[in-house]
Each structure stands twice: as structure tokens, then as C-alpha cells.
Design a protein around this ligand. Structure first.
Ligand code: RB5
Length: 147
């Protein structure tokens, strides 16, 4: 799978571990930055990955900041994005199975590397169930079109 990844300065090390993990699993990774430890503004990276997912440039996105919150909030402002902050595998599984989320976010100051890998693996191995969940996801996306 082609996966876009983005992060702020708080998540440089964790991002590197996740990129390596994804490549070991055979995924193609596009890194939208940030690339240095210099303090930066997470909305830019949330938006970049959000746009890449929404345009189909990548199939799924992963975003990491200190908490996963700010960067996912930014991504969720891009039309077509459903980003979810997941700090454990159960939420990651349900975010895919029921909410058909297309961006996984988590916090480098919240989860350790091994837990993050379990969350990522669960996310990538879970398919959207469709059915009644499709109707609900459609309802969420219709909100984007309202003033
Ligand atoms: C940066 O200090 C921190 O605010 C950011 O990484 C993130 O946690 C924001 O939601």
C-alpha cells in the first residue's frame, strides 16, 4: 500500500521507526515532513497528508505530533479526510471497520514505539465493514457540504 506520513518536531524519532516498520512490511511510504528537529507548526503537515489522501496520491495517511490531536484536527479540515487519533489497537480497528477512516493519528508523547507499531498494524489489517456503517459515514461526509 502507498502510505503518506507526516509529523511535527515532537515525533521525528517515532516517525523514523514507523517508516522502517512500514517498509519492512512491504509498503511504499511518502514522507511529507517535517524532516528536522526544529520546532515547527503541525497544521502544515496535517494538511499536506490530508490533501495527499483526499487526492488519491496515497491510499492511507499516518500523522504523528505530540498528542496526535492538533495534526489530526488540521487534516480533518481537508474535504474527504476522516482522521482518527488512536492510542490503542481497539480504537484503530474500529476506526477502520466502522468509520472507514483514511488517516491514523497518534501522539509521540502518548504511545511508545512498540504500541504505535501494533496500532499501525491493526489499522492496516482492518477493512471497512460497509453496510449500515456506510450510511453513517455518508452522513458524516454530507456535513462537509453544508454551510
Ligand atoms: C507541540 O509542542 C505540540 O503542541 C504538538 O506536537 C501537538 O501535541 C499538538 O496537538
Amino acid at each position: 500500500m502507498k502510505i503518506g506520513i507526516g509529523n511535527d518536531h515532537s515525533a521525528l524519532e517515532l516517525k523514523a521507526e514507523i517508516v522502517e516498520f512500514l517498509k519492512e512490511k512491504g509498503h511504499e511510504v511518502v514522507d511529507y515532513g517535517t524532516y528536522t528537529a526544529e520546532s515547527c507548526d503541525y497544521p502544515a503537515y496535517g494538511e499536506a497528508v490530508g490533501r495527499a489522501v483526499a487526492s488519491g496520491e496515497v491510499e492511507q495517511g499516518i500523522l504523528i505530533c505530540g498528542t496526535g490531536l492538533g495534526i489530526s484536527l488540521a487534516a480533518n479540515k481537508v474535504k474527504g479526510v476522516r482522521a482518527a487519533v488512536c492510542s490503542e489497537p481497539y480504537t484503530a480497528k474500529m476506526a477502520r471497520a466502522h468509520n472507514n477512516c483514511n488517516i491514523l493519528a497518534f501522539g509521540a508523547r502518548v504511545v511508545g514505539a512498540e504500541l504505535a507499531k501494533m496500532i499501525v498494524e491493526t489499522w492496516l489489517n482492518t477493512e471497512f465493514e460497509g453496510g449500515r456503517h456506510q450510511r453513517r459515514v455518508d452522513m458524516i461526509m454530507e456535513i462537509e457540504g453544508k454551510a
